[in-house]
Design a protein around this ligand. Structure first.
Ligand code: G16
Ligand code: MG
Length: 211
């Protein structure tokens, strides 16, 4: 019997993945590094510093030390947070809002399981903070997905066992993380064609018919 559902944020509830892309693209251009949408897919669900390492795979300049890397990550984050200021409640679809409401009505406990340190800011901007009983995000974890840490914490915050939870994810590493934690991984978006996903949905409202 499943009692909880843990939602990834970026790429599932909101489409901040486009802002991440534009912010990394700006940084990559400044560094003279090639970056495209395909490489961007590898950044889904991956922490900020791990994302930077992926971008730097194509960097040809002098080796960078940790301080310089932190500065680059901070620079990207400033660009990204400026973009987040545009976010409004209208950035969450009516479909997502009504589905979350229906899942609550069916008795599920709902949580966020996001790698982002900006998760609470985003949820506040789009007026979704009150829709979840627990938030596990980049501020309470040490290991990035595919480690199950962020989802195990979310289950703990909901006072549920991992086996009692579904995870809805758009990232392949997120599905891997859910499975490593003993949860059922529902793939959507980029992860809707991932063979390791336990269930796959083509739209958010389809969640209502698969669980
Ligand atoms: C999100 C994005 C990733 C991003 C990560 C960290 O994860 O998918 O691309 O690198 O958060 O974000 P921040 O730099 O804001 O801490 P998720 O888990 O919500 O998909
Ligand atoms: Mg995601």
């Amino acid at each position: 019997e499943k009692k909880g559902i843990i939602f990834d944020l970026d790429g599932v509830l909101v489409f901040t993945d486009q802002y991440h892309y534009l912010a990394w693209k700006q940084l990559a251009d400044e560094l003279g590094v090639y970056f495209d949408e395909k490489i961007n897919n590898r950044l889904r669900g991956v922490s900020r510093m791990d994302s930077l390492e992926i971008i730097l795979e194509r960097y040809q300049g002098e080796p960078l030390n940790q301080v310089q890397k932190s500065e680059l990550a901070e620079k990207k984050n400033e660009i990204y947070r400026n973009m987040l200021q545009q976010m409004r409640p209208a950035n969450v679809s009516a479909e997502v809002r009504s589905c979350l409401k229906e899942l609550r009505r069916r008795g599920f406990r709902l949580a966020i399981g996001s790698s982002s340190k900006n998760a609470k800011l985003i949820l506040e901007k789009v007026d979704l903070l009150g829709a979840f009983q627990a938030i596990s995000d980049g501020t309470n974890i040490n290991q990035s997905k595919p480690s199950p840490e962020v989802f195990l914490k979310a289950a703990e915050f909901l006072r549920l066992e991992p086996e009692e939870c579904y995870v809805v994810e758009d990232a392949k590493v997120g599905i891997d993380a859910a499975k490593a934690g003993g949860m059922i991984g529902i793939g959507i978006g980029d992860a809707a064609t991932y063979e390791k996903a336990d269930m796959k949905v083509n739209s958010f409202s389809e969640i209502l018919s698969v669980i």
